[in-house]
Design a binder for this molecule. Structure first.
Ligand code: SF4
Length: 220
């Protein structure tokens, strides 16, 4: 798992960064990769379609709202995923914030990119375990109208506290700080890359939205 430098620069709002900043980000990324690796866990559940949303069978989790409706419309299963850099990252970040704030900002951006790369690795592993199934883009509580209040139930369903040391604060934030939970739908037919965009889409060769100059993620 590697940190995508462009993504880290994106978190810094500096895609066209001067060479010196790019070099600093590369160095911070290499240091971080040497220090720790993202850890993840995921589990696949059958989906039960109810009038009020999608129930993940065997759990109390109900995915409500139009985002879940759009993303999971063709799915018979959904994976829950949790990924974290762990508390070691928080310790490094806190220590750096005390002595060098500009470097801490760079480390923070690298951490965000690193946890995303952990999610990407988990997603690849999931796809390999379910050949012939098509994955939706992953989407997280707080994205669209998927309630942030689902965080505790997702962590409980994944036993993420025991497996990853992941906790949900009273304000529904994840702790350690560089942690992500997400939902990924599994379907029998190719899925639109509604979040990642056309470059990643299984349907891009035949897509009628694109031919009409539109995007599926634009509410069409
Ligand atoms: S607009 Fe078409 S090609 Fe682009 S992500 Fe949506 S379905 Fe895929």
């Amino acid at each position: 798992m590697e940190i995508c430098i462009s993504e880290a620069l994106g978190y810094l709002g500096a895609q066209d960064a001067p060479e010196d900043l790019r070099r600093q980000v590369k160095e911070a990324a290499k240091d971080l990769e040497r220090a720790l690796r993202p850890r993840y866990t995921y589990q696949v559940f059958p989906l039960e379609r109810l009038p009020e949303g999608f129930r993940l069978a065997g759990t109390p989790l109900l995915l409500t709202g139009s985002t879940a409706e759009r993303m999971l419309a063709q799915c018979s299963q959904a994976a829950l995923l949790a990924c974290t850099l762990g508390s070691l990252f928080d310790l490094r970040l806190n220590a750096l914030q005390m002595r060098d704030m500009p470097k801490a900002v760079i480390l923070d951006a690298c951490g965000s990119a690193y946890v995303e790369s952990g999610c990407g690795a988990a997603e690849k592993e999931l796809a390999a375990r379910f050949p012939g199934r098509y994955l939706t883009d992953r989407f997280s509580p707080g994205y669209g109208d998927l309630p942030l209040a689902l965080q505790p139930e997702i962590c409980t369903a994944l036993d993420a506290s025991r497996r990853l040391g992941l906790h949900v604060t009273q304000s529904l934030l994840l702790n350690p700080v560089k942690s992500v939970t997400a939902v990924i739908g599994l379907a029998d037919q190719p899925q639109m890359a509604r979040i990642r965009g056309c470059a990643f889409c299984q349907l891009r060769e035949t897509c009628l939205y694109r031919k009409g100059g539109k995007r599926c993620g634009d509410g069409v």
